[in-house]
Design a protein around this ligand. Structure first.
Ligand code: SF4
Length: 344
């Protein structure tokens, strides 16, 4: 593990966010955030990339040459994605860390049977993505990714510099304020490599068994655009306001990503949960009321389990058949109410 130049703290993240949030130009803001992260944490800073394109890597190479870029090599990637990784690595001043799961796909097949992704995608994602990412990030003090506020309703509050309390790390989101026009303009101006799959209709790039192109006439937003597009009139539950729509269940990959970006939550497509411990039984009861107020406002009703001074909150949209963006948004609002650590 590389020693950070400066110890990561929530205060450091908050101070940096306040400083960089005021930069209006998205390119200048991203470069400033990346330069700061590189200068502050040195080799203890890394970015993650799905290799959908080289935008973030290009910015990072300008701001902090030699920056490390983590790529989760699940063993299920399209050849085009591996090609994009190698393309980016060959034309930019970055160091790509291809992180593999403990077991090869063949070893996993031997232990769990073939095509685990079809039978238990949660376990497959855990083995091939969640665990390898957690192991890798444990060796760093700060990390960054290319999430944008305009991607979904759950990301509208994304800070350019944040505190990842779950990992005890600083998290930077240099593209938080970017929109698709900003992306297109930068990619065009700098001739940034883009995964060929994007050109033929793949709105997001993931493992081959779990990724499909967007059909003609289909809204690509579930993977890449505004969150409102995930909401489907077909899944409107009984009791909702006429015309109001409900979100659809997220994929295992999307849930894993959402959980990783939440501060205190755990779970899978069956539900996400968090425990919070309070100083007293009375404080825990008050907390339940606060959660209820937020939940009612969202017309959403989590399971709440109160045991003396500890509240366990579990959220899933049963009528959608799994965790939805509505659940993730509720989790975010609960975290805003109780930003402290989990009770477990
Ligand atoms: S996205 Fe699909 S193939 Fe990739 S790790 Fe998850 S379940 Fe497995």
């Amino acid at each position: 593990m590389t020693t950070a130049l400066i110890e990561p703290t929530p205060e450091l993240a908050a101070e940096a966010d306040a400083r960089f949030e005021g930069i209006a130009d998205p390119v200048e803001q991203a470069l400033a955030v990346l330069r700061w992260a590189g200068e502050t944490f040195g080799d203890s800073f890394a970015l993650t990339s799905s290799m959908a394109d080289g935008l973030l890597a290009h910015l990072a190479a300008r701001a902090h040459p030699g920056v490390q870029v983590i790529f989760l090599q699940t063993g299920y990637h399209f050849a085009e994605t591996i090609g994009t990784r190698d393309w980016i690595a060959s034309v930019m001043d970055i160091r790509v860390l291809s992180v593999e799961a403990e077991k090869t796909v063949a070893e996993q097949d031997a232990e769990f049977g073939p095509a685990l992704h079809d039978r238990d995608p949660d376990l497959c994602c855990d083995l091939r993505k969640v665990q390898p990412l957690a192991r890798t990030l444990a060796g760093f003090s700060a990390w960054g990714s290319g999430v944008r506020r305009d991607e979904s309703v759950t990301r509208v509050g994304t800070k350019v510099v944040d505190w990842d309390a779950k990992r005890g790390m600083v998290k930077v989101n240099p593209l938080a304020a970017w929109n698709q026009d900003d992306v297109d303009a930068y990619v065009h101006e700098h001739q940034v490599p883009v995964n060929p799959l994007v050109e033929i209709g793949y709105a997001s790039i993931g493992c081959a068994p779990c990724t499909r192109p967007v059909a003609p006439g289909e809204d690509p937003a579930p993977a890449a655009g505004p969150a409102a597009a995930r909401w489907s009139a077909a899944s409107t539950p009984r009791g909702d306001t006429p015309g109001m729509t409900r979100p659809q269940a997220l994929s295992p990959e999307e849930v894993a990503t959402a959980v990783a970006e939440l501060t205190h939550w755990d779970g899978d497509v069956q539900g996400i949960y968090r425990r919070v411990e309070f100083p007293s039984f009375r404080a825990a009861v008050d907390a339940v009321v606060q959660i209820a107020d937020v939940a009612e406002e969202m017309d959403h009703h989590p399971d709440l389990d109160l045991r003396y001074d500890c509240v366990r909150i579990a959220v899933v949209t049963h009528d959608a058949g799994g965790v939805t963006e509505l659940d993730v948004e509720l989790a975010r609002r609960v975290d805003a109410l109780f930003p402290g650590t989990n009770g477990d």
